[in-house]
Structures are given as structure tokens and as C-alpha cells.
Design a protein around this ligand. Structure first.
Ligand code: UTP
Length: 292
């Protein structure tokens, strides 16, 4: 079984749920305290043993590229001021992984963004980290999925159990049979089920998948849906129906950085762990809560 050594991070979406800021700051680079969310994703991939990472970008997304580039001005200033810690941090971020960038010329959906990665991926399994989903977990969520892929040799979709209300917004999985703890064989799925009769289960795909390269052929034969978008879930559904995929209920906390609430939750919770601010921030929240 080939190991997963490549990751694709689609980050070219328009981010309409984060307007107006997303018109000028890509949602994938919004800060969590003092680091862009994209750094969390890169670190998750690296901590999962993945060194080759392709970020799919689009117009107005240059800030993502710039963040991982070397910054000569800062290097000179930090050296002159003897700020060694900051300098070391900058150098570390720039050398985390082999990061490649490719532009999706039009935001034609997540499936189309993944299809843009075909040349980069070649004939290998690969991980997809949805660019606006940050995961905080003891064992990186991507690593959890890679391990399941290596065990079963099938595409793996990361799933979470969501409420009856939320499942209407996501893709509900048909869990054919349980293979192991948190692990299910899946032979069908339904996107945005609006009634109980339509849904298969409350397990929904959220944020991470590990795919086999046959997804590209499936994507090429998948029809564009509403809004002219090629949906990755439509292709994964096809893969599930023909070859079966594995649903894996990953362990970890997910923050949807593409939503205002998710952005705020990530910042509050990570600030409470951040060595520079955690004590003062906790005191501030306690005082604030008295006024709520
Ligand atoms: P989303 O559906 O959450 O992104 O896609 P969106 O379309 O930007 O969201 P809204 O609804 O308008 O707010 C998940 C990930 O896939 C990327 C996004 O950037 C996001 O990180 N994506 C989406 C692409 O790369 N290309 C696309 O055409 C669509």
C-alpha cells in the first residue's frame, strides 16, 4: 500500500459567509490569535508525515503565498534588534514543508479545485484539507485518516456526528457496516438531506478526506451542479457507490473559519492556551461574563 505523502488544500473559494472581510483578506489566512489559520493546516499535514503540499489559490489570495515566503526586510530588522526568537520562528515557518501554489482561475467548486491538483498528485493517494477548517487534535486529524487509509486501502472521509438541524447543511453518510471503532464502510451518501426520510445518518463529512487518484476520473465525469459548481461530494458519492469508501469519525475539535462564529470560537479557545495572553485573557473573560 502506498503511503500518503501529498496533501491538497483548496483555498480558492470566495468566502461569502465571511463578507465583507473576505473581499480583501482570504478567510484561510484569518488569524487565530497571532497565526494565520493556514499555518495550522500546514502544521497538521507536516505532523501527519506529509511534506509536499499544494495550496489551491485564486485572485486576491496572495497573502497566503506571502506568509510562507521569506521576508528579507523582517530578517534584517530582527537581526539588527537581536530578536532571535522571532527570527527563528519566521525561518521555521518558511521551511515547514514544500509548499506549492496553483491558481483555480474561477471558483467552480471544491470538486473543481481538487481536479486542478491532478498533475501534482499523479497516481498516488492524497489528503485533502478543506482550507477553512482548522482542526485541533492530539493526533492530527489528517494522520488519523492516513492511518485508516493504510489499513483498508480505500478512500477515507472524515466524519462527525452532527445534530438533526445541522445535517441538513452537510452530506449524510450511509454507514453500511461498522468495521472498527469509529470506522464504517460507506456505500452511499446524500447531500443536504432536508427531511428525516432523506437522510442516511447524522454522520456528516467535515473538513478532511483522504482520496485515491481514481477520484480524478470520477470528477471529470461528474456534472456541474447548481451555481456552476463541481461538487466533491458528488464524486465521492459515486466512488462510495461503485467501490465503497470508509467513513472515519475523527477525534478532534473543528473550527469553521469560513463562518463568523467558528472564527470567534477558534480565537477564544486558542487564546486561552496561548502563553503570551492566556492568564490576562482568562481574567478578562471572567470579568466580562459577569456583565453578560
Ligand atoms: P466552502 O464551500 O466552505 O468555501 O469550501 P466557499 O465557497 O468559499 O464558502 P462560502 O459559502 O462562499 O462562504 C471549502 C474550502 O474549499 C475551497 C474554499 O476556499 C474553502 O477553503 N474552495 C471552494 C475552493 O478552493 N474553490 C472553490 O471553487 C470552492
Amino acid at each position: 500500500m502506498k503511503k500518503i505523502t501529498k496533501a491538497v488544500i483548496p483555498a480558492a473559494g470566495l468566502g461569502t459567509r465571511m463578507l465583507p472581510i473576505s473581499r480583501t483578506v482570504p478567510k484561510e489566512i484569518l488569524p487565530i490569535v497571532d497565526r494565520p489559520s493556514m499555518e495550522y493546516l500546514i502544521r497538521e499535514a507536516v505532523d501527519s508525515g506529509i511534506k509536499d503540499i499544494l495550496i489551491i489559490t485564486g485572485r486576491n489570495k496572495e497573502a497566503i503565498e506571502n506568509y510562507f515566503d521569506y521576508s528579507i526586510e523582517y530578517k534584517d530588522i530582527l537581526q539588527a534588534k537581536n530578536k532571535r526568537k522571532e527570527l527563528a520562528e519566521m525561518e521555521e515557518v518558511c521551511s515547514l514543508a514544500n509548499i506549492y501554489f496553483l491558481r483555480q482561475k474561477e471558483a467552480k467548486g471544491l470538486g473543481h479545485a481538487v481536479l486542478c491538483a491532478e498533475k501534482f498528485v499523479g497516481d498516488e493517494p492524497f489528503a485533502v484539507l478543506y482550507g477553512d477548517d482548522v482542526m485541533v487534535a492530539e493526533k492530527p486529524v489528517t494522520k488519523q485518516l492516513c492511518d485508516v487509509y493504510e489499513k483498508y486501502g480505500k478512500a477515507v472521509v472524515g466524519v462527525c456526528s452532527v445534530s438533526d438541524e445541522d445535517v441538513k447543511r452537510y452530506c449524510s453518510m450511509k454507514t453500511e457496516k461498522q468495521l472498527a471503532d469509529r470506522t464504517y464502510l460507506t456505500t452511499d451518501m446524500v447531500e443536504k438531506p432536508q427531511t428525516d426520510a432523506e437522510k442516511f445518518s447524522n454522520l456528516a463529512i467535515l473538513g478532511r478526506v483522504a482520496l485515491t487518484p481514481d477520484i480524478f476520473d470520477v470528477l471529470k465525469h461528474t456534472e456541474y451542479g447548481k451555481g456552476g459548481e463541481l461538487q466533491l461530494t458528488d464524486a465521492m458519492k459515486q466512488l462510495a457507490r461503485t467501490k465503497g469508501v470508509i467513513s472515519y469519525e475523527y477525534e478532534g475539535k473543528r473550527y469553521d473559519m469560513g463562518s463568523k462564529l467558528g472564527f470567534l470560537q477558534a480565537n477564544v479557545e486558542e487564546a486561552l492556551k496561548h502563553p503570551d495572553v492566556k492568564d490576562d485573557f482568562r481574567k478578562y473573560l471572567i470579568e466580562l461574563s459577569k456583565t453578560l
